[in-house]
Design a protein around this ligand. Structure first.
Ligand code: ADP
Length: 481
């Protein structure tokens, strides 16, 4: 079976968030289920630079205002189509924003073109790769099912929501330039609160909808998490399901990780000690027997970092040390640095994005705190499980689905893998931190939790099988959910 994956980022070619990890890892995992995936990516400057030998399979004299072509290549381990459209994608800055940080004003055009081209590939633009299913990720790819519907292309489509907060909502003024028939600008079409919604269009027209955890799949059907789309998601509930993300277990393997001071495994947990020491050095923390809690995160409201700021002093007073690695909201960055300055030796904050340090933290800190207000799946708690860095997480989305709280019953049954608390509540977070600090003092109980987490299956194995089943169900004419 052939699947066209349509994604605006994929590791290792281009990454801004978890979507890239999924789009980069899923093709390899699906290959084991007899699914051949080819990924359509935008031809950003950096993607074009790493493309190597490519063949042109389709050309456009004019695609949304400029010449364009579809190239086919094998790049960085992925089979890709790349939309080479310099007027849309060859520019400095990020995939979605200018070097100044604000969105590209022509994002609607860039990602309408991207969806248009995906629909053309679905129609047979490359005669050697006729997809059986089109799988579009997030709003940037979500116009593909709309174009396919109005083209009358009989190929089933899936839209996966990695984060409902990002929707691709534009003014209705762009509609005439999208190349859709007038009837598409309707409530049961691409229209969304008086404008055009790209994600909304995908949710409307895709044959199946997935999101990245079962709990988030339920949450987004409620007003509190639905971000205006809960009504539509309820209408489409029978086509909606949650499939958990996995992680790349070779890049994230404590037994072979080159970024660690010392590799270790479930039978050699003692060797974590040198990583812990390295973490304490990097974050200027005291070397003592108190647990090190880390945070590795975008510093935003979604991630609940303001709650960490409010509770900073009480977390330190609970007996934990804090190591924070992150970047994002400038006010939060400043507040964290100021808080750390009040607690020399007990807290360290490093602002920036540092992949190597993220690995060292997972391999050396005792616990990872993930206080998100909402979290479609979350990856850092999965890395934490694999590295014996016990997750302390808000009970929401994928965090709720992947961590088993160390309550008395779970401890007695030997199934606990971490700690959960009610999201968006500082006192609940603090109570979970206190429970963790107290259990940490009981070395045997703590090691049991670490080992239980390290044995959990966080690979793509099961989830790739679920996507394979979904594609097959769609091909056989069944909605799949
Ligand atoms: P999101 O995609 O919403 O940011 P996820 O938990 O799904 O959240 O994925 C975040 C990814 O980014 C993880 O791989 C995490 O390790 C990484 N990450 C986040 N912030 C940093 C940072 N400052 N330095 C290094 N890695 C980071």
């Amino acid at each position: 079976m052939k699947v066209l994956s349509v994604a605006s980022e994929a590791v290792p070619l281009i990454k801004t968030g978890g979507l890239a990890d999924v789009a980069g890892a899923l093709p390899g995992a699906l290959a084991e289920h007899d699914v051949e995936v080819r990924t359509l990516l935008p031809g950003y400057t950096s993607v074009m630079a790493n493309l190597g030998k490519a063949t042109r399979v389709h050309s456009y004299a004019s695609l949304f205002g400029g010449k364009a072509s579809v190239l086919k290549a094998r790049a960085a381990g992925l089979d890709v189509f790349v939309l080479d459209a310099p007027h849309l994608f060859d520019r400095p800055g990020g995939p979605y924003g200018q070097p100044t940080g604000s969105d590209w004003p022509d994002n609607w055009k860039r990602f309408a073109a991207f969806g248009r081209v995906a629909a053309d590939v679905a129609k047979g633009a490359d005669k050697d790769f006729q997809p059986d299913v089109v799988h579009a990720h997030d709003w940037q790819a979500a116009m593909a099912p709309a174009y396919m519907r109005f083209d009358g292309t009989p190929v089933p489509s899936v839209v996966t929501v990695h984060n409902l907060a990002f929707q691709g909502h534009f003014s209705a003024d762009i509609f005439p330039d999208l190349g859709l028939p007038p009837e598409a600008l309707a409530m049961d079409g691409v229209e969304y609160y008086g404008g055009v919604g790209f994600l909304k269009a995908g949710l409307q027209y895709a044959d199946a909808i997935t999101t990245v955890s079962p709990t988030y799949a339920r949450e987004i059907r409620t007003p509190a998490f639905g971000m205006g789309l809960d009504g539509l998601l309820n209408v489409r509930a029978s086509s909606l399901q949650g499939i958990l993300n996995g992680i790349d277990t070779s890049a994230w393997n404590p037994e072979s990780d080159k970024h660690l001071a010392s590799t270790f495994g479930v039978r050699s947990l003692k060797r974590r000690a040198s990583n812990r020491k390295a973490v304490e050095q990097r974050f200027a923390l005291d070397h003592d027997n108190d647990p090190v809690l880390c945070v590795i995160s975008r510093l935003t409201w979604q991630k609940g970092i303001d709650v960490v700021v409010s509770e900073f002093d009480t977390i330190i007073a609970s007996g934990a040390k804090l190591a924070v690695l992150g970047a994002g909201d400038h006010a939060l960055e400043g507040a964290l640095l100021a808080a750390a300055a009040r607690h020399r030796g007990r807290a360290g904050v490093l602002i920036g994005y540092d992949e190597e340090l993220a690995h060292l933290l997972q391999g050396g800190a005792d616990a990872i705190l993930v206080p998100s207000r909402f979290e479609p799946c979350g990856l850092t708690q999965l890395y934490g499980l694999r590295y014996g860095c016990v997750p302390i997480v808000a009970r929401t989305g994928g965090l709720a689905d992947t961590v088993i709280d160390a309550n008395d019953a779970a401890l007695a049954a030997g199934v606990a893998t971490g700690f959960q608390f009610a999201a968006d509540q500082g006192d609940a977070m603090l109570e979970a931190v206190r429970r963790a600090v107290s259990l940490y003092r009981d070395t045997r109980a703590w090691e049991a939790i670490q080992k239980q987490g390290m044995r959990a299956d966080v690979s793509w194995h099961r989830s790739a099988a679920r996507y394979g089943e979904l594609y097959r169900a769609l091909l056989s004419g069944d909605g799949g959910a």
